[in-house]
Write a protein that binds this ligand. Structure first.
Ligand code: ZN
Length: 269
C-alpha cells in the first residue's frame, strides 16, 4: 500500500517536470520471468558463432525475443561478441529499458532490436552487424541480389535504410526509439535491411535462422562482388521465383545441420 501511494505521488510530481525521462530512469520494467535455458544457451552460442564466422568483430550484437513475453527481449551487455556468457545477458522491454542492468553499460543500438520486435510479431531473433562485405551494397546503386540457393532469403532484394533521410547529420548509430522505428519501417516484411554507411540488420523466426542468414548474407555479398568483378555485366541471379521456392521449401532446412556444427565449435565441444 505504501509503495502504491508513493509511486502515485511520484507520478503526480513528475508530470510537472517531464514524466517520461524521469520515469524511464526510475522505474525499470518488470521481468517476464526466467527465460528458457535452451534459448539462453543458443543466444550465447550465437554471439560466439557470429564472431568465429567473421560476421561480427568486436562490435555487433544478436538478440532473442523472450519465450515468456512478446514485449521483452534478451541481449548481452555492451561486450565484444566472442566474450559473451550467460551471465552477460540482460532482459529489455521494447523501449530499450533494461529490467536489471546491474550498473553495466548497454549497447547503444539496442533500439534496433526493440523496435523490430515491436513492428514484427513473426520475428524472434535479430542480428546487427557491420560485415565489410555488405557495406558496398549500401553505398552504391548496386543492389544486393541472391547469387545462390543458400541466400534465397534475399528474395527480390534488400532494402537500404539511409539514416540521413529522416534524421539529417548523425553519428550513424540507431541509438534511440525513433531511429529504431525508422529502421523497422525500412525493413518492412523483409528478412534483412542494409544500413547506408553502417552495416546490416537481419531478422528471423529462430536464433539458428538469424545466424545462418547473417553468415550466408556475408558470403553472398562476397560472391556477388566476385562475380561482378569477372566483368561482362552478365551475372545470373536467382530468379525471384527460385528464391521464393527456397523459402517455401523450408530455407536450408532451418539451418539445423550447420547449427549443430557451429554451436559445438563455438562452445568448445
Ligand atoms: Zn551498428
Amino acid at each position: 500500500m505504501t509503495k502504491t501511494i508513493s509511486r502515485r505521488s511520484f507520478l503526480a510530481g513528475s508530470v510537472v517536470f517531464g514524466a517520461h525521462a524521469v520515469l524511464g530512469a526510475q522505474q525499470p520494467p518488470a521481468s517476464a520471468g526466467v527465460a528458457d535455458p535452451a534459448l539462453i544457451q543458443d543466444l550465447v552460442a550465437a554471439y560466439r558463432i557470429l564472431a568465429q564466422q567473421g560476421v561480427v568483430d568486436g562490435y555487433g550484437h544478436v538478440s532473442a525475443r523472450h519465450n515468456r513475453a512478446a514485449n521483452r527481449f534478451i541481449m548481452a551487455r555492451s561486450l565484444a561478441p566472442e566474450l559473451v556468457t550467460a551471465a552477460d545477458l540482460i532482459e529489455f522491454d521494447l523501449d530499450g529499458n533494461a529490467v536489471d542492468a546491474k550498473g553495466r553499460s548497454l549497447y547503444s543500438e539496442r533500439f534496433i532490436h526493440a523496435e523490430i520486435y515491436r513492428a514484427r510479431a513473426d520475428v524472434r531473433a535479430v542480428v546487427h552487424n557491420h560485415a565489410p562485405s555488405v557495406i558496398p551494397f549500401g553505398v552504391t546503386n548496386v543492389a544486393l541480389r541472391p547469387m545462390y540457393h543458400m541466400a534465397g532469403f534475399i528474395g527480390t532484394g534488400v532494402p537500404v535504410f539511409d539514416i540521413r533521410k529522416s534524421f539529417g547529420m548523425t553519428d550513424m548509430l540507431v541509438s534511440d526509439s525513433a531511429k529504431g522505428r525508422a529502421l523497422a519501417q525500412a525493413l518492412g516484411d523483409k528478412t534483412c535491411v542494409l544500413m547506408r554507411g553502417h552495416g546490416v540488420t537481419v531478422v528471423g523466426p529462430t536464433i539458428p535462422y538469424v545466424v545462418g542468414r547473417s553468415i550466408y548474407l556475408d558470403l553472398n555479398a562476397r560472391i556477388q562482388a566476385q562475380a561482378m568483378g569477372l566483368g561482362g555485366g552478365n551475372v545470373t541471379y536467382l530468379d525471384p521465383q527460385e528464391a521464393q521456392k527456397v523459402l517455401d521449401s523450408g530455407e536450408n532446412r532451418g539451418y539445423e545441420r550447420p547449427w549443430e556444427l557451429w554451436k559445438a565449435k563455438a562452445m568448445g565441444k
